[in-house]
Design a protein around this ligand. Structure first.
Ligand code: COA
Length: 311
């Protein structure tokens, strides 16, 4: 079977900066509470005329450039989002036209904050079997559309953004080594949109701490490796305390984990690729590194992968 991996990656994090101090003016909250309980210092809300497909487009252009691939070569576009521009058509179809990818099939994936990992796993199946060669996987959210800015339990947590990866065939031993995807519908109501975002934070916290650690270990073992082999962890950026619990489970030092939650808050499906882009720029992820990406979210769902960076 053909190995699959990431050829290029890009992100979009522009918009209106909202600091904790800005939120203090309208909510019964404080910078101190938000920072100590979540690690978040600021978040970015997309401008009014920028929707999920626009953010996806900008992230995709950067990923295609890095991959040195023309959009016309794409076979499939997968957009993981819970905040599409419209219920239908899909964000992927809007992008297919805008990017100029006439031969690409297009579909959106709904797996909340684990959506990017679900997208990567889906892309891998098509490449492994030889059905497709080039798959564009995007995580993009405009959560500011569905966040109740009067609810301090949720308003302080979320932000907008997009991340994109071009997935294609890679050499033996590189790319995705293992995946784990899962769901526990019993907790489905703990984070829901009805009509705005509602969350039982304590329950989600307990689930996340347990699942992030377990899935991280599981994908490493599935790849036939041990936690000593892991070079870098890229967790879903929801809350620094949840992220730290996963890092400690892998017994990694502090500087071996991607952390951008202080800058962007929880950007759901886009948080993992956004964090990847930043840590690649910082030189923290290098060719040949064993990387674990792990996410969780509304569903409840989770997803993780162990991958060897490089093509
Ligand atoms: N500012 C000030 N106080 C706040 C607050 C805010 N923004 N939000 C909640 N509080 C209050 C609560 O009302 C509660 O008050 P009470 O004790 O009088 O009822 C108190 O802070 C403590 O709440 P608790 O739930 O124990 O805090 P916590 O340490 O668990 O932190 C979360 C709350 C939401 C940060 C945390 O539970 C969490 O991160 N959960 C996971 C959420 C998540 O990741 N969601 C996205 C999934 S993809």
């Amino acid at each position: 079977m053909q190995n699959a991996g990431i050829w290029g990656i890009g992100s979009f994090t522009e918009g209106r900066e909202v600091t904790n101090f800005d939120l203090e003016k309208t909510l019964d909250t404080s910078d101190e509470w938000i920072r100590t309980r979540t690690g978040i210092e600021r978040r970015v809300f997309a401008e009014d005329d920028v929707d999920t497909s626009d953010m996806s487009y900008y992230a995709a252009v950067d990923a295609l450039k890095e991959a040195e691939l023309d959009a016309s070569e794409l076979d499939l576009i997968l957009v993981a989002t819970v905040t599409p521009d419209y219920p239908f058509p899909s964000v992927s179809s809007l992008l297919q036209e805008r990017l100029g990818a006439p031969k690409a099939a297009a579909m959106d994936i709904s797996a909340a904050c684990a959506g990017f990992i679900y997208g990567l796993a889906t892309a891998e199946q098509f490449i492994k079997t030889g059905m497709y060669k080039h798959v564009l996987v995007i995580g993009a959210e405009k959560l500011s559309k569905v966040t109740d800015m009067d609810d301090r339990n949720t308003a302080v947590l979320f932000g907008d953004g997009a991340g994109a990866a071009v997935v294609g065939p890679v050499d033996e031993g590189k790319g995705f080594l293992s995946f784990e995807l899962g769901s526990d519908g019993e907790g489905a109501m703990h984070i829901r949109q009805d009509p705005q975002l509602i969350m039982n934070g304590r329950e989600v916290f307990k689930f996340a701490v347990r699942q992030m650690g377990e899935s991280s270990i599981n994908v490493v073992e599935k790849a036939g490796l041990t936690k000593d082999d892991v070079d870098f962890l890229v967790p879903h950026q929801a809350n620094i305390r949840i992220m730290e619990a996963a890092r400690e489970r892998l017994e990694l030092p502090k500087d071996k984990m991607a952390a951008t939650v202080h800058k962007y808050g929880n950007t759901s499906s886009s948080s993992i690729p956004i964090a990847m882009v930043e840590e690649l720029k910082n030189g923290k992820i290098k060719e040949g590194d064993l990387i674990v990406m792990v996410g969780f979210g509304s569903g409840l769902v989770w997803g993780a992968t162990a991958m060897r960076w490089g093509r």
